[in-house]
Design a protein around this ligand. Structure first.
Ligand code: ATP
Ligand code: MG
Length: 411
């Protein structure tokens, strides 16, 4: 039977919802999509739960009407600034007589691997097994049903900041939805936008959104760094507005009209007329004046990303590359050239068309569906759809239910 997975990407500028149908062969068909502007999130932080929940409701309604079904639960993204990714290992000896590994053994091991030291303001929100090892044989993704004496796991433990997670849970539940899981955004975008070779060799994935830029580093197939800086595409608009004294909305229009971040790519440095912020009179400026402002800010964003990675102790070596995504950077020409200059590495813009997406805005939500169906395919971790009367909430490890309950108790 087909499984339904619903993903919601809550961003600074918009909320995206996708409804995906996953068949037995693990093929995904997107049957509903919805987008709604979001004003309740500032610099990646939910500052207005009411308003954010209204945006969630609107985007879910849009997706529901396209898919012709009602959504009961969904997976939600969470960005780098709200989480820590902690690597841990654990093992256990098989107790059963025939030494066949059962779901119970795996659950016990996953509970075990979650014992990590956390500060008081953090709580575990997910555990991502990287590999299981049975009697020394590694790279096993699904050990259930296999035979062995010693079962080991290497996993990423995702610890969320309690205040941030609480506001996400509140906003989603106020919108009338249950949470299937909180997905660290980098796993989803890394899954959909990067090649396995890139993840192996080392890639810096930079997602420039509206108010936040997320930086994820993958190396040896693993997420080794994930953080955010509170600067994004909206700051580019703000710089144009303040620097050239043009109203904000007009600055946004100009930015989207020329879609350029590199002065050397200007073909015709024409004069354009714009409003003045002070007296509302029209005035003339050169396009190059706008592009120089954009270039300076984009350059600075990349530099901040580079510093962030280096300060964490991750070495940026020559075999790596840079991949760019997010509305704040995807559209402007000159983007990868500037990234190459700053990082001194090859850079490319993630191609959303290659993964059959109409708009780059849906990359995170689509990545979440693909990531979830690949990670948890055997657990049948679909979302609930009220019309189908499917309630699969029991199928998860039980850990998630405890996590959500923890945050609910804090309200
Ligand atoms: N055609 C365009 N040219 C230039 N910039 C654009 C264009 N379209 C959108 N943007 C910019 O993209 C940014 C929004 O990007 P995105 O949709 O990825 O953000 P988000 O996911 O909602 O926010 P965040 O990830 O920061 O929480 C805005 O700053 C917007 O101005
Ligand atoms: Mg985003």
């Amino acid at each position: 039977m087909d499984d339904i997975i619903v993903s919601i990407d809550i961003g600074t500028s918009k909320v995206c919802t996708l409804i995906g149908k996953v068949n037995n062969a693990n093929n995904i068909e997107i049957i509903g999509s919805g987008i709604a502007p979001c004003n309740g999130v500032k610099k990646g932080i939910i500052v207005d739960v009411e308003s954010t929940s209204r945006s969630i409701m609107e985007s879910v309604r849009n997706a529901e009407s396209e898919a012709g079904m009602k959504v009961g639960s969904a997976y939600i993204n969470i960005i780098g600034m709200h989480i820590d990714v902690i690597r841990n290992k654990s093992w256990l000896n098989m107790s059963s007589d025939n030494r066949e590994i059962t779901r119970k053994d795996v659950d016990r091991l996953l509970q075990e691997v979650c014992y990590v030291d956390l500060t008081e303001d953090k709580q575990i929100i997910d555990v991502v097994p990287h590999q299981f090892i049975i009697d020394g044989y590694d790279e096993i993704m699904d050990p259930i049903g296999m035979m062995g004496v010693k079962l080991e796991v290497e996993a990423d433990i995702i610890a969320g900041k309690i205040t941030s997670v609480r506001n996400i849970v509140r906003s989603v539940e106020k919108a009338g939805l249950k949470i299937d899981g909180l997905i660290a955004e980098a796993y989803a975008s890394g899954h959909i936008l990067l090649t396995p070779e890139e993840k192996e060799m080392g890639t810096i994935l930079i997602d420039v959104g509206g108010g936040v830029t997320n930086v994820a580093v993958f190396k040896n197939k693993r997420l080794v760094f994930y953080d955010s800086i509170p600067v994004g595409g909206d700051h580019i608009t703000n710089d144009i507005s303040i620097g050239l004294k043009i109203p904000y909305s007009e600055s946004e229009k100009i930015k989207r009209q020329y879609e350029l971040a590199l002065s050397s790519l200007i073909k015709n440095d024409q004069l354009i007329t714009v409003s003045d912020i002070n007296d509302n009179k029209r005035k003339s400026i050169r396009i190059s004046e706008v592009i120089e402002v954009i270039e300076a800010r984009v350059y600075e964003i990349f530099l901040l990303c580079k510093n962030l990675v280096q300060e964490s102790g991750i070495s940026i070596d020559s075999g790596m590359n840079v991949v760019l995504t997010g509305g704040g950077i995807s559209y402007v020409d000159g983007n990868w050239q500037l990234a190459e200059e700053v990082f001194e590495l090859p850079a490319r813009v993630a191609s959303f068309k290659a993964v059959n997406l109409e708009k780059p805005e849906y990359a995170v939500a689509a990545g979440m569906i693909m990531y979830i169906s690949s990670m948890y395919s055997r657990e049948k971790s679909g979302s609930t759809i009220s019309e189908q009367k499917v309630d699969k909430t029991e199928k998860k490890t039980g850990l998630l239910d405890k996590i959500i309950e923890f945050f609910r108790r804090l309200f």
